[in-house]
Write a protein that binds this ligand. Structure first.
Ligand code: SF4
Ligand code: SF4
Length: 395
């Protein structure tokens, strides 16, 4: 791993990058163009009657349960610049930025984030306007409202939340790891914001709202952008979710890193090969947008966001196939810590890819197992469903 003075993407910038409009994300367009998000959930519920492997009523309920805190916190805490709840009287007078950065990182880890780092806010990463998807979930603004972060909020604390390896291996069947990570994001970003506010400083907790999380995480040195359009971290690969807190608390920024992702992705195309919707490009980098869901001016592999989202609708639940098949998605154990020394130095990439395939990494697991939730007596239960109302004493 190399520390950099500038993020690894800067050498691929061809034009001035413009701020992105949240109304153009795949999710926001999907909410406007055919209410696709609701349709996806409806298809997911209908799947439970078909007894499809990995899409049973138990699979559905695990995913829905894991999402519970996320749905609550988004409606009450996310994207809100609230005053402190209790201490409205005192403020830490002269916080030392070096000590505060350590305290904030310790606090973030203590409340449950897996990785944490700080970056100075780059205004280019802030959305221009609210999109419908984030409006629906947070109720914090109206669609099209302009987005401005208070100018004194110069620091962004970026947190990484690992997703369960065994759950992700089930994808594109229903998995609970994504939902649980969204709940961890909500818990960590909201709790850390409360901590900062009670010290007398301002904080705005966010998941996907207000700005692009991936470039902020890259700036903070938490990883690099991959071909699949996701952040690749050193410890967990792309098997993560990102939350962030904007703040005026004085902090020291971390430096960006090079872990070898750029060169590796030029040779590996596994995500493009396995993507069920052909949303990921297998060719060379381009700075041209595929459609309005991509920004221009950066040489990368623009994702066909609507292909991806339409497949989710058809599938009846989200998809993590590009995360599952990515060779950076490995358990963070001694063996894989050792092997990643080589891609970090652009060594033996073809051999690593070959071994990865031979050992069956990235293959879909049988969708009946749930890692730590797996229990033979549970996996054998009859999951035939009946329509509600066909029995007495039902809710
Ligand atoms: S989530 Fe699934 S459909 Fe979307 S880009 Fe990844 S692999 Fe393709
Ligand atoms: S699957 Fe391969 S090409 Fe795709 S993001 Fe991962 S390393 Fe890069």
């Amino acid at each position: 791993m190399k520390g950099l003075s500038k993020p690894s993407y800067t050498k691929y910038i061809t034009r001035t990058l413009k701020r992105f409009d949240d109304r153009n994300t795949g999710f926001s367009r999907g909410a406007v163009e055919g209410d696709k998000y609701r349709l996806m959930f409806q298809n997911g519920v209908d799947n439970v009657a078909k007894k499809l492997p990995g899409k049973t009523i138990l699979d559905h309920a695990i995913g829905a349960a894991a999402r519970t805190p996320d749905l609550m916190f988004r409606k009450t805490a996310y994207a809100r610049n609230e005053p402190p709840a209790i201490n409205k009287k005192y403020r830490l007078q002269t916080p030392d930025p070096i000590a505060m950065t350590k305290i904030i990182k310790n606090m973030a880890r203590w409340i449950g984030s897996d990785l944490v780092a700080v970056t100075k806010l780059n205004p280019s990463w802030i959305y221009t306007n609210w999109g419908l998807h984030n409006v629906m979930y947070t109720n914090a603004a109206k669609e099209g409202d302009p987005i401005d972060i208070p100018p004194e909020y110069q620091n962004v604390i970026v947190m990484i939340h690992e997703m369960d390896y065994d759950h992700i291996r089930r994808s594109p069947a229903r998995e609970g790891a994504t939902s649980l990570a969204y709940s961890k994001m909500a818990w960590c970003a909201s709790s850390l914001s409360t901590f900062i506010r009670e010290l007398g400083y301002g904080a705005i907790p966010c998941g996907n709202e207000l700005g692009l999380s991936i470039p902020m995480a890259v700036d903070a040195g938490l990883g690099e952008l991959g071909r699949h359009g996701l952040l690749i971290t050193r410890d967990f690969g792309p098997r993560i979710r990102i939350s962030k807190v904007f703040t005026d608390l004085p902090l020291i920024a971390d430096f960006p890193i090079d872990i070898g992702v750029q060169k590796f992705c030029e040779k590996c195309k596994l995500c493009a090969k396995h993507c069920p919707s052909r949303a990921i490009q297998d060719g060379k980098r381009t700075d041209r947008a595929w459609d309005k869901s991509n920004s221009e001016g950066l040489l990368k592999w623009p994702i066909r966001a609507m292909n991806c989202f339409e497949w989710w609708v058809k599938n009846g639940n989200g998809c993590s196939v590009c995360i599952r098949v990515c060779p950076w998605n490995k358990p963070n154990n001694l063996l894989h810590k050792f092997v990643r020394i080589f891609p970090e130095r652009d060594l033996f990439t073809k051999l690593i890819l070959n071994m990865d395939q031979r050992f069956g990494y990235g293959r879909q697991s049988k969708a009946k197992g749930y890692g730590s939730l797996q229990d033979p007596s549970v996996t054998k239960i009859d999951q035939t469903v009946a329509r509600k109302g066909s029995h007495t004493n039902e809710r």
